[in-house]
Design a protein around this ligand. Structure first.
Ligand code: DAH
Length: 336
């Protein structure tokens, strides 16, 4: 009987050697209710009382061996199947997707171009908070409480003293407070005003502020910087023109026009027959502003300027409605 059991073990293990072995069939054939091992065990009644436990133990060992071999084989087969599946279903994630490829928004595009122009002239970029103190947005800039200049820059108030900045000019004061001259910075960013939305207004828009402070800075320096900016933005032929104006934080102040890039100055639909297009405000930093920020106006002077980025983008790309820049209609955005 022992030999029969050993034969069953050998024959089962041999069947399992085969790579394509049907594991379930092997289990049934050797270990099943009508299997070979069971059949041998049925004959155990004929054995003597001494032999029975020895043969029983051997039979159990063999059963365990066969079960273990089947389990191992089954694990190997499962792993093999998994690997084959992974190989078959492999996807190349680097393959270009069959969908729209994103790109930079026209406003960001223009902002980056503007930044590059000023970086090229030695300016560095600083950022300021959009939630701003009344002090920096107005008072430090020589606009005291109840000053009429506040009317044109009505904004959104969080408390009496905290507001959404109506201009990027507060970054001037913040910079001068912490940085000693020479100062040469630009500061692009979002600004807010309580304006109704139309083709040329939005309660949220973007400005770019510039500030230069050093010994001996003159209006000639301002003109030179703005001329380079205008030529690089609108073309080499572009000329600029200063018109006297008033801003509380500069003295003297000017509004600056560029010659119309569409007609060259003759007058057309784009410049409304003027030949010139207004693009920014500028001037020499007011002595009060320098003093408010701890800079001695007897020693230092400087200029500042500020303009709307939307306006530049609209002029550059012939966009006639500001809302297009915010609506994110892909038919519009795909043109850039
Ligand atoms: N902050 C002004 C505005 O929003 C623009 C401006 C004008 C900025 C003159 C300046 C400046 O720095 O010198 O209308």
């Amino acid at each position: 009987m022992k030999e029969m059991l050993e034969k069953i073990r050998a024959s089962a293990l041999e069947c399992l050697q085969n790579d394509d072995a049907d594991l379930e069939a092997i289990r049934i054939r050797f270990l099943g209710k009508k299997g070979e091992l069971t059949a041998v065990l049925r004959g155990m009644g004929a054995l003597s009382a001494e032999e029975r436990p020895i043969v029983g133990q051997l039979a159990n060992e063999i059963r365990a061996d066969i079960e273990k071999a089947i389990a191992e084989k089954s694990a190997v087969a499962a792993e093999k199947k998994l690997q084959a599946k992974l190989k078959a279903e492999k996807i190349d994630v680097t393959m270009p997707a069959d969908s729209t490829v994103g790109h930079i928004h026209p406003l960001t595009l223009v902002q980056r171009e503007l930044e590059d122009i000023f970086l090229g002239m030695g300016f560095s970029i600083v950022e300021g908070p959009e939630v701003e103190l009344d002090y920096y947005n107005f008072q430090a800039l020589n606009i005291p409480e109840n000053h009429p200049a506040r009317d044109t820059q009505d904004t959104f108030y969080i408390t009496e003293n905290i507001l959404l900045r109506s201009q990027t000019s507060p970054v001037q004061a913040r910079t001068m407070e912490v940085q000693k001259p020479p100062i040469r910075i630009i500061s692009p960013g979002r600004v807010y005003r309580s304006d109704a939305v139309d083709a040329t207004h939005s309660p949220l828009f973007h400005q770019l502020e510039g500030l230069v402070i050093d010994k001996g800075i003159t209006m000639g320096d301002l003109k030179g910087v703005l001329e380079i900016f205008a030529k690089e933005t609108f073309g080499e032929e572009t000329r600029i023109r200063f018109r006297p104006h008033h801003f509380p934080f500069t003295e003297p102040s000017a509004e600056v026009d560029v010659s119309c890039f569409a007609c060259g100055g003759k007058g057309c639909r784009i410049c409304k027959g003027e030949g010139w297009i207004e693009i920014l405000g500028a001037g020499m930093v007011h002595p009060n502003v320098l003093r408010n920020c701890g800079i001695d106006p007897e020693v230092y002077s400087g200029f500042a300027f500020g303009f709307g980025i939307e306006r530049i983008a609209m002029l550059k790309y012939h966009i006639d409605d500001m809302r297009l820049l915010y609506e994110n209609d892909v038919r519009f955005l795909n043109q850039f």
